[in-house]
Design a protein. Sequence first.
Length: 112
Amino acid sequence: MRIAIPVTNGKLSSHFGHCEHFAIFDVELNSKSITSQQSLIPPPHEPGILPKWLSGLCVDLVIAGGMGRRAQQLFKQSNIDLIVGAMDNTPQELVKQYLNSQLQCGENICEH
């Protein structure tokens, strides 16, 4: 499984579309372990580009703090699962929490 997390200043970006980079993790669900990690700079922000880009990277799941409704629809159309409302933390910690069924989420902090 491949997980993408938008990152700004080393932590989960509060606004998905304006992050500095994406932390991309390959994980093994059975062993609940991270098998690889990379940091990629996304293409310039414009509507609809990030779902296509992440789909091309074979991402299965995006963990985000906030994301607009249209972006959520585009990810669904791209068959990428979403977790929205994740709490501020490092990308590594968020993935570990997800793998151990301990990821806590609040409200989506993006309303557009």
